[in-house]
Every structure is written in C-alpha cells, then in structure tokens.
Design a protein around this ligand. Structure first.
Ligand code: SAM
Length: 252
C-alpha cells in the first residue's frame, strides 16, 4: 500500500472531489485536504457546498457550476487553470459526474491539455450495490430513466434477460411508477431498493416487483433511492421466498 500523500496540490489541475451522500463522516482525509488547499471550489450548488465547507471549518471562494451554466463556467475554469490555479469540483452529493454535472468540464479540461485528478469517495451506486446481496461481478448502471413512459419502458427492455445486475437512480416521486414498470419487464427478478443510504433511516427493501408494489402501497416512500434488479431467478429458493426485511429486521 502506498503511503498517504501529504504533498501540495499540482498547479493547473482540476480535482474531482467526492463528498458524502448523507453521512458527513464519509468525507475522506484527501477530500478535506484538497478542499483546503485548492484556490477555488466549483460547486453544483454553492449554498449547499458552503454549508459542507463550513462544517469542516474550510473557507474558500465558491463559484457555481450547474447544468445550465456549465458551458460558460467551463471557460472560466479553463482560464483559472491557465493561470496555474488548482480548481476543485464538488456536486451536491457523491462523486461528480455520476448522474450530476461535471462531465462537460472534465472533457474540456482534458482537451485543453490540463490534468484531471479524481479524489474518490462516496457514490450511492456502489454503496447500494455492494450491500444489496445481488451479483456484483457484472452490473449495468443506467442512472435516471428518461421521463417519458415509452422511452422508460424501451430503456428497461434493453436489459431484459441480462445476467448482469441493473442499477438505477430514481426520485421518490416516481419510485412507485418504476416498480410497476419493473413488474412488466422483470416480473421474476429480485429487486432491491436501497433507501436513504448512510442516513438515519437507511433501509434495504428486497422482493419481486409485485411484492415491493404491495409494500409501497402500504407506506409512503420518502427519501432517496437506488433501485437494483438482479438477474432472472430460475431456481425458487430462499432468495425468492424471503420477503422484504427492513432495517429493524422485520419481515413484511
Ligand atoms: N453523484 C451522486 C453519486 O455519486 O451517487 C448521484 C447524484 S444524483 C443527482 C442523485 C441520486 O442519487 C438520487 O436521486 C438517488 O437516486 C441517488 N442517491 C444519492 N444519495 C443517496 C442516498 N443517500 N441514498 C439512496 N440514494 C441516493
């Protein structure tokens, strides 16, 4: 194992800094050092990142870098890198560029010949997948589905019959709709819903789509979700028989 790096940041470098997805203890030592030593933090939401920095007693200039001004901000970030500044990119939660802004900046910075460094840390998809109990050897991460019903269904159908685990992000407002869609396309698959990862009310709900539809009909589904679909289960056994067990250990 390499020893911890304590050197200074490299001038003219863009640092992609992962931040917690709920539990502030999940920030890494390197993320904190990078945020302390950089010249400026480009944030998806400056107010939210400002609160994070304040929590860790870090004072740093913040510029906003969200979806609708990413093109203009990219130019400004390139200008800063040209003058030798060290720029950190932070999104609202997790790893920048995973279903949130950052991609355009990274491509432009690479094309302009500057260094991009990843400061890895939390991301909801890995936290969810690794604790799901579903196969992790091969998986497809598809982020958020499109909004329109036809396009959503077509996207899901691309993965019907796949031996890999499918991992999706979904808003609490559409999670019930998603379960109905999963019931149509993956009726015999194990689905795991990871809710509020790393937070006080974290739970994993497991079952077939129809079993989970029943659970969702009984209680309000609040918070953030990662939804995963396992490969088709052709051998009825404990996995298909055991129903939903929530964080309190109760079966439903
Ligand atoms: N960049 C982030 C990452 O690395 O995971 C994802 C950003 S995306 C805009 C937000 C989505 O990630 C949420 O709608 C939800 O699907 C998922 N997510 C983020 N935090 C989560 C959490 N604590 N528990 C469950 N899902 C979460």
């Amino acid at each position: 194992m390499e020893s911890e790096q304590t050197g200074r940041l490299t001038p003219g470098t863009l640092y992609l800094v992962a931040t917690p997805i709920g539990n502030l203890e999940d920030i890494t030592l390197r993320a904190l050092r990078t945020l302390r030593e950089c010249d400026v933090v480009a944030a998806e939401d400056t107010r939210r990142t400002g609160q994070l920095l304040k929590h860790f007693d870090i004072s740093k200039p913040l510029v906003s870098c969200f979806q609708f001004n990413e093109a203009k901000r990219t130019e400004q970030i390139l200008e800063r890198l040209r003058s030798g500044e060290k720029v950190a990119v932070v999104t609202d939660a997790g790893t920048p560029g995973i279903s949130d802004p950052g991609g355009r900046v990274v491509r432009a910075v690479i094309e302009a010949g500057f260094r991009v460094e990843s400061v890895p840390g939390p991301t909801a998809l890995v936290a969810a997948l690794t604790a799901s109990g579903l196969p992790t050897e091969e998986f497809h991460f598809i982020g958020f589905l499109p909004h329109k019903s036809g396009a959503r269904r077509r996207k899901l159908e691309e993965f019907a019959g796949s031996r890999a685990t499918l991992v999706l992000y979904e808003s609490p407002y559409r999670v019930a709709k998603l379960l109905q869609e999963l019931e149509a396309v993956f009726p015999h698959c194990q689905v795991v819903m990871a809710r509020e990862l790393t937070k006080k009310f974290e739970e994993f709900l497991r079952g077939t789509p129809s079993e989970l539809i029943r659970v969702c009909a009984q209680r309000a589904m609040k918070g953030e979700f990662v939804v995963m679909v396992g490969p088709p289960d052709k051998t009825p056994g404990p996995r298909t028989r055991s129903l939903i067990r929530d964080s309190s250990g109760q079966n439903h």
